[in-house]
Design a protein around this ligand. Structure first.
Ligand code: SAH
Ligand code: F3S
Length: 455
């Protein structure tokens, strides 16, 4: 009988991809994934330490699994991802019932580590960083595909020096996968029915820069764009400093590249940006956006905002609000600053903006953005668009949900078999969170009839 693997994933898309890879790697050792922790032989926690209290969350999850382990002999518990990388040995010392700690570069080592526990009840820690991208490849390539969308890691790590950010410390320096491997992986995915890929990296714009002879990011996008059968390409995340003219041209020229860019600004104040060591001013950021909007009108924009960075004054905070009003993002993700271990800002500055001021600023940012998003969504009422149907709506009202190329969520009453399909809709109403659409059946029927005639 096959053994069961339960994975709990915290954090970003990168971690979701890593969890898929963990499942794939362990499947070669006879483990089948389960979503029931009480059925698991191997329990893995894939962690994120980017913001706030990440470590406590991990310790508390592990604490809650102790009893399960006490009553189920032979169960193995492991922790991977950024917290594992950061804490290493300490995790094993503090959690006696933990068996394995594996870092962000060590997923390929997992079968070996599990075997060590199984045979010797050893408690291995593996947190080595590699500079050779081979650690990101699986011997038999990508074998597990779920649905019509897929994440594809193109690079890992980050060479930027944003003062608040723990990522370079826990994911290491930038390492790019060879473009030939990326293209081959996407071609395989397409054969297996994938229509949309999300290219992942901490700073995808730097793709290939450190590898002599490798494609740059814009060139990689063009090569992915040429893959037959692939309908949509997305990517995340980009650092504003590296939004190159070539990338802007890719938005204008690559047919399948979706018109959406996540370009985190963090703050609208030049002095805060300098303390954050982001390497651009508000004006430089806006100039780049203007060039992008010029070449790709209608491009949707999203951003990350940090409020309450050390010493952030009311006047500096106001500049973030002004920036939000002038850019009119389609969506933002906003966070209260939290000092992270090893980071420059944690070493240089006291976390001196009081908690209630941070909370208040977060509320102001979110309320303002809600108004902007709602107004933008309302402007779309009456428009025709095409959505890629993901599955049941989060509203749990029997509707399906999909996304436009500009990454707007559209809920729609539609039959289940349209999941995984591109479907034409008309937008009939809007909230700040999503749009409501109605199926353009005529066009849809017409197209399927045409397909039928062609077949
Ligand atoms: N380039 C990365 C950024 C990772 S962190 C990516 O792939 O998304 C994601 C976001 O978390 C950052 O853009 C920032 O807004 C927020 N963040 C990072 N460190 C933070 C900290 N110490 N406190 C609050 N927010 C933080
Ligand atoms: Fe973090 Fe800045 Fe890199 S936010 S991931 S150090 S671009």
């Amino acid at each position: 009988m096959s053994k069961k693997l339960y994975i709990q994933t915290y954090g970003c898309q990168m971690n979701q991809y890593d969890s898929e890879r963990i499942a794939q790697v362990m499947s070669r050792n006879g483990y089948v994934q389960t979503d029931r922790i009480d059925a698991a032989d191997l329990i893995l926690l894939n962690t994120c330490s980017v913001r706030d209290k990440a470590e406590q969350k991990v310790y508390s999850a592990l604490g809650s699994w102790k009893e399960y382990k006490d009553y189920h002999e032979g169960v193995i518990i492991g922790v991977g991802g950024c917290v594992a990388q950061q804490e290493g040995e300490t995790l094993l010392k503090r959690v006696p019932h933990l068996d394995i700690v594996f870092g962000t570069h060590n997923i390929h080592k997992l079968p070996e580590l599990v075997a060590q526990v199984e045979s010797a009840r050893a408690r291995p820690v593996e947190v080595t960083f590699y500079r050779d991208p081979a650690y990101m490849e699986d011997v038999d390539g990508r074998t597990q595909v779920h649905g019509s969308k897929a994440y594809v890691t193109i690079m890992q790590g980050c060479n930027k020096v944003c003062s608040f950010c723990i990522v370079p410390h826990v994911r290491g320096r930038e390492v790019s996968r060879p473009s030939a491997k990326i293209i081959a992986e996407i071609e395989t995915l397409v054969v297996q029915g994938v229509k949309e890929v999300m290219l992942l990296g901490q700073n995808v714009n730097s793709y290939g820069k450190l590898t002599p002879g490798e494609s740059g990011f814009a060139e990689l996008l063009c090569r992915v764009d040429a893959i037959d059968g692939l309908e949509r390409i997305r990517f995340t995340t980009s650092h504003p400093q590296d939004l190159s003219p070539e990338l802007i041209e890719a938005f204008a020229n690559c047919e399948h590249l979706c018109e959406h860019l996540h370009l985190p600004v963090q703050s609208g104040s030049d002095s805060v940006l300098a303390r954050m060591r982001r390497g651009y001013t508000q004006q430089e950021y806006l100039d780049r956006l203007m060039r992008l909007r010029d070449r790709c009108p209608g491009v949707a924009l999203s951003s990350d905002i940090i409020v309450g960075f050390p010493r952030e004054s009311d006047a500096e905070f106001e500049q973030t609000l002004e920036l939000l009003q002038s850019v009119e993002y389609d969506e933002i993700f906003s966070f209260m600053y939290s000092p992270r271990p090893q980071t420059v800002s944690a070493k240089l500055y006291d976390d001196d903006v009081p908690g209630d001021v941070k909370r208040e600023r977060l509320k102001i940012v979110q309320t303002m953005q809600r108004g902007i998003t709602l107004a933008k969504n309302r402007q779309r009422i009456g428009e025709r668009d095409e959505i890629f149907v993901d599955g049941p709506s989060k509203l749990k009202n029997g509707q399906l949900m999909g996304r436009t190329r500009t990454n707007r969520i559209v809920n729609v009453v539609a039959p289940e078999h349209l999941v995984g399909q591109m479907v034409p809709v008309k937008i009939i109403s809007a909230t700040a969170n999503s749009l409501l659409g109605e199926l353009l059946w005529d066009k849809f029927n017409l197209e399927s009839q045409l397909e039928g005639n062609r077949a």
